[in-house]
Design a protein around this ligand. Structure first.
Ligand SMILES: Cc1cc2nc3c(=O)[nH]c(=O)nc-3n(C[C@H](O)[C@H](O)[C@H](O)COP(=O)(O)O)c2cc1C
Length: 148
């Protein structure tokens, strides 16, 4: 079984809905096991053990949420050179356009030398059905990338 890890932060539930849709999409690919964790609880072991990772955050004050920053801060040194090329996907939510938070997560993916498996999905406010479908597709693509 290839493990997909979904790490996210969410205070009012918008990013959580996206994370759950990504998990659902990933689970639909046979041979995939999925773990969904908040940034504040995900560990370096979770990151090293997974075959692919989805990273999601709301935009709080024109940056990623502190919960995701905490995850990156704790895992950067122990993950160095151990996750190079690992497939990842990015998703973000904002009150306005989600551009800034997506760029901020992308910078982290680049810094960790993860390999983006698909274009990010972003939403403004509560995710619509269309956005949730895009998230499911993102999860499927990530799971497929872990098996190729
Ligand atoms: C503390 C805080 C700061 C925020 N700052 C921004 C911001 O700078 N730009 C923006 O577009 N939205 C901002 N928002 C709105 C959130 O990004 C938006 O409501 C998002 O969908 C919340 O996601 P969540 O439900 O997963 O917590 C902020 C919300 C909070 C609570």
């Amino acid at each position: 079984m290839a493990k997909v890890l979904v790490v996210y932060h969410s205070m009012s539930g918008n990013t959580r809905q996206m994370a759950e849709a990504i998990a659902e999409g990933a689970r639909s690919v046979s041979g995939t096991e999925v773990d969904v964790k908040a940034g504040l609880e995900a560990t370096i072991e979770d990151l090293l053990e997974c075959a692919g990772v989805a990273l999601g955050s709301p935009d709080y004050f024109s940056d990623m949420a502190g919960g995701m920053k905490d995850f990156f801060d704790r895992t950067y040194y122990p993950a160095q050179d151990k996750v190079t090329g690992k497939p990842c996907v990015i998703f973000g939510s904002a009150g306005g356009p989600p551009t800034v938070v997506i760029e901020s997560l992308r910078k982290m993916a680049e810094t960790f030398k993860l390999q983006e498996a698909a274009e990010p999905v972003g939403a403004s406010g509560t995710p619509t059905e269309d956005v949730l479908e895009e998230c499911q597709e993102l999860g499927r693509k990530l799971a497929e990338a872990t098996q190729s």
